[in-house]
Write a protein that binds this ligand. Structure first.
Ligand code: NDP
Length: 286
């Protein structure tokens, strides 16, 4: 029978343990605080009293904690020799690289993962997970990790899965906060989130074409401004900032966007297109 241990039972770890139970695995679970394993144990998961006991129960342990530092704490007393840790907790690439070295010194193999779906998506169609680390370790455990979502192997560098994940998060957080900014402006003007939802869907769907259109220009460092000039973008952002201000809502996030485009215009790039932003972003302002 296939075996796996889950270290950490937040919403994500619970969803992962449930997916393995669904797939017929023998699942051992551990969580720092009691009570989060009740439903899983009722379904047949084995409760480990310590993280060390959980790691000892299966060759493969899937780690789902708040961050990499939590894994050091949780696994401080565990015998990792010969074990495989797939740490699917989010963190920065450098911390993932350091953790891989930490695990190696203790005789463990280490894979880094970045999970691209919320807990409700785990084990379902469309779920995807970035994985990086030693290719042979990935090959040996790919089938087990694919239970959680289609794995997308990003190479041997243990930081790369987190790099790709953080790139996705960069796009996600700016877009998601933008949604709440729009809802705040809408609410200040007597509209609800439901009122603007159809237009949010349209905007989100349209972004793919913007990415696809700008990627070749970005990679060629080609600031072609025939479709949209920085001067036009800066003026548009000023309108957005003022709409927020006139509505009495916070303008900080929008003002930061506007300032970037305005910096480009002030530097003489007003007739250039948005690929010019890359040069501006590469020289951060104090
Ligand atoms: P939670 O913050 O809800 O759970 C975190 C887990 O970490 C809990 O089990 C908590 O234990 C444990 N923990 C925190 N600090 C320590 C510590 N010092 N020692 C031992 N255990 C510790 O997170 P989620 O379950 O939502 O997410 C887990 C990971 O998955 C995170 O890295 C997150 O970024 C990532 N992720 C989450 C998504 C989501 O939508 N939820 C989506 C994609 C990725 P305790 O119960 O005792 O507090």
């Amino acid at each position: 029978m296939n075996q796996v241990s889950i270290i950490g039972l937040g919403p994500m770890g619970q969803a992962m343990a449930a997916a393995y139970l669904d797939a017929g695995y023998a699942v051992t679970v551990w969580n720092r605080s009691p009570g989060k394993d009740t439903a899983l144990v009722a379904r047949g998961a084995r409760r480990a009293a310590t993280a060390a006991e959980a790691v000892a129960a299966s060759t493969l342990s899937v780690v789902s904690l708040i961050d990499v530092d939590a894994a050091y704490t949780a696994l401080a007393d565990a015998d990792l020799d010969g074990r495989v840790l797939a740490n699917l907790s989010s963190d920065v690439p450098e911390k993932a690289r350091a953790a891989a070295g930490w695990a190696r010194e203790r005789g463990a193999s280490y894979l880094t993962g970045g999970v691209n779906v919320p807990p409700a998506g785990i084990g379902r169609e469309g779920a995807s997970i970035f994985i990086s680390g030693p290719g042979e370790v990935y090959g040996q455990h790919r089938a087990a990790l694919d239970v959680l979502g289609a794995t997308d192997y990003r190479g041997a560098d243990p930081g790369h899965a987190q790099l790709y994940y953080q790139l996705n998060m960069t796009m996600f957080w700016t877009a998601y906060t933008g949604w709440y900014q729009a809802v705040a402006i809408a609410r200040a003007n007597g509209l609800t989130a439901a009122d603007i939802l159809p237009y949010a869907g349209y905007t989100a769907d349209s972004m793919r074409a913007f990415y696809e259109g700008s990627a070749p220009l970005a990679d060629a460092d080609d600031p072609d401004g025939t479709a949209a000039r920085l001067a036009m973008c800066a003026a548009s952002l000023d309108h957005v900032v003022h709409t927020a201000a006139d509505s009495g809502v916070d303008t900080g996030i929008l003002a930061a966007h506007a300032a970037l485009y305005r910096r480009g215009v002030d530097a003489g790039y007003g007739a250039d297109g948005t690929a010019r932003l890359l040069g501006l972003l590469a020289s951060p302002q104090a």
